[in-house]
Design a protein around this ligand. Sequence first.
Ligand SMILES: Nc1ncnc2c1ncn2[C@@H]1O[C@H](COP(=O)(O)OP(=O)(O)OP(=O)(O)O)[C@@H](O)[C@H]1O
Ligand SMILES: [Mg+2]
Length: 211
Amino acid sequence: MLEASHLSHAFDYPLFNDISFSLSPKESMAIVGVSGSGKSTLLHILASMLVPQSGKVFWKGVDMYAQKSAALLAMRRLEIGIIFQQHYLFKGFKAYENLEVAALLAHQSIDEALLERLGIANVMGQKVTELSGGQQQRVSIARVLTKRPQIIFADEPTGNLDEETANEVMQILHDYLQSNNAMLVMVTHDKHLAQKCNRYYALHQQQLILL
Ligand SMILES: Nc1ncnc2c1ncn2[C@@H]1O[C@H](COP(=O)(O)OP(=O)(O)OP(=O)(O)O)[C@@H](O)[C@H]1O
Ligand SMILES: [Mg+2]
């Protein structure tokens, strides 16, 4: 359902060269690699945010970047969930209001049980700026899941969390995949969490190597 075909990209130096893989519903893949190896760039390309210098991304059989921009935007709004390395929550808003915006845009409702499970139900009335880094991270995960995306791209989604909370957040993501027939592409520095994905790759010397 997601297919990366011969992707290559360079900025000041070549990041990756001729990368191909595919991912099916209910599957998850993790990408590890040293800082600056191009993991976030690859995620941006897969997530409809950056046109690759060469190669194609197919989503449900459609060449993502060959679509009209309105179709690309609709796909991004309704089908793709992105958990960024920086959170990009609406800072002046309360945590709950951030979820309300996501629910409204995607015509979905807020899952109160999810907020309980993420351990943030009791802070939803607070301003985003008043929350700890780990709480903000979990609000941003709740916001993405509120959209009910078919595919989730997550850039170090547990970077600010202690081990126990990180494990629970990963379990929530994996449960989401199973119950929603969704997919996950995750960048992480945590090998233990990477091993819990169906496939575990390293971005190394411009190649995606299956570990
Ligand atoms: N928009 C851009 N313009 C120019 N260079 C960029 C841009 N985005 C990323 N780069 C460069 O590409 C390289 C790879 O960046 P990227 O963010 O993909 O790495 P990463 O593997 O995610 O690293 P980290 O683990 O630190 O998050 C870096 O040298 C970065 O400076
Ligand atoms: Mg990165």
